[in-house]
Design a protein around this ligand. Structure first.
Ligand code: PEP
Ligand code: MN
Length: 336
């Protein structure tokens, strides 16, 4: 249920509605809007009778919310969420952002070389994994805290905000300290305790869709983060398990317009992990932009043949620059 207050509702009337919700044993989530306040009712085990609220002073209407992912859904918030990433950088609501960098941070020289190249081509956020969730325990696992320190150096040298993945509670504490955005990877999309911890974080979260997650499961995962109070969530479509071996995963392009209809949260596409092969990355990136993605996350490496992780899907810097040129013609207008 969403209680929409009158434009002229007073603070006391809003507090009265909140008190009524809490008296019923539910949680009230006031959401200040452009011209009026709405109050969401959370943690109610079943439908709530609108009659309990419509006659309270200051209430305009009580709208039932049918989606189980209440906070994520457009039923609760009609307007797009716009996330302010600082320094004039915004994502969502028409603001388009490209995140680029290597799969993993390997050294300061590697990270800085790539950061300077992607920045020159127009990327606004630098990515690089310090904690790598690898399928094999024998694969490169990342530089851990040393990698985070390198990311902080990259930010200091270039001014680019940095995003990196947290794979568990310990790494999330560290990532929250060093990074500007926290990435929750596909393999952790249903790690519910990690999602709750991300919901308590002070930084925005980029949540990747699980390898075989339905969109409802994806929304419910985001709901975990929002329900803990962190409303700065960016969704990321990174491909789901497909058939055949032509691509590592299947980029679910249909998910992007569907997510945008169902949810107010921004959604970016990661064509690199979907493609698994350099040759497919740029066409998939263009496709994602054409269907309305709010941004892209792309793996780039200056020496992919020697990359410690995901070299085959990493674009060379000049390929990334060419893609950015294409995107500018595909999507003229509001670039962050
Ligand atoms: C990554 O972004 O490097 C990554 C591991 O992605 P995913 O969680 O989508 O596999
Ligand atoms: Mn990768």
């Amino acid at each position: 249920m969403l209680i929409v207050m009158d434009k002229s509702a007073t603070e006391a009337e809003i507090a009265g509605v909140v008190a009524k919700i809490e008296k019923l044993g539910f949680t009230a989530q006031p959401m200040p809007g452009g011209s009026r306040v709405a109050i969401g009712i959370l943690r109610n085990p079943g439908p709530v009778d609108p009659a309990l609220f419509v006659d309270l002073p200051g209430v305009q209407e009580a709208i039932p919310v049918s989606r189980p992912y209440k906070l994520v859904s457009r039923e609760m918030q009609r307007e797009d969420t716009v996330i302010d990433l600082g320094r004039g950088l915004r994502i969502g609501g028409g603001n388009f952002v490209v995140i680029a960098g290597p799969c993993a941070v390997e050294s300061e020289t590697q990270a800085l070389t790539i950061a300077r190249a992607v920045q020159a081509a127009g990327a606004k956020i630098f990515r690089g994994g310090a904690f790598k969730p690898r399928t094999s325990p024998y694969s490169y696992q990342g530089l851990e805290e040393e990698g985070l320190k390198i990311l902080a150096t990259v930010r200091a040298e270039t001014g680019l905000p940095v995003i990196t993945e947290a794979i568990d509670h310990h790494s999330l504490d560290l990532v929250e300290e060093y990074a500007d955005l926290i990435q929750i990877g596909a393999r952790n999309m249903q790690n519910f305790s990690l999602l709750r911890r991300a919901g308590q974080a002070r930084k925005p979260v980029l949540l990747k869709r699980g390898l075989s997650a339905t969109l409802e499961e994806f929304f419910m995962a985001a709901e975990y983060i929002l329900s803990e109070g962190n409303s700065r969530v960016i969704l990321c479509e990174r491909g789901v398990r497909g058939i055949g071996s032509h691509a590592r995963n299947t980029l679910d392009l249909a998910a992007i317009p569907y997510v945008k209809r169902e949810s107010h949260l921004p959604i970016v596409a990661d064509p690199s992990h979907a493609a698994g092969r350099r040759l497919l990355v740029a066409p998939l990136a263009r496709g994602a932009v054409a269907v309305g993605a709010d941004g892209l996350m792309i793996e780039v490496h200056h020496d992919p043949a020697h990359a410690l992780s995901d070299g085959p899907q990493s674009l060379y810097p000049d390929q990334f620059a060419a893609l950015m040129q294409d995107l500018a013609t595909l999507r003229p207008g509001q670039w962050s």
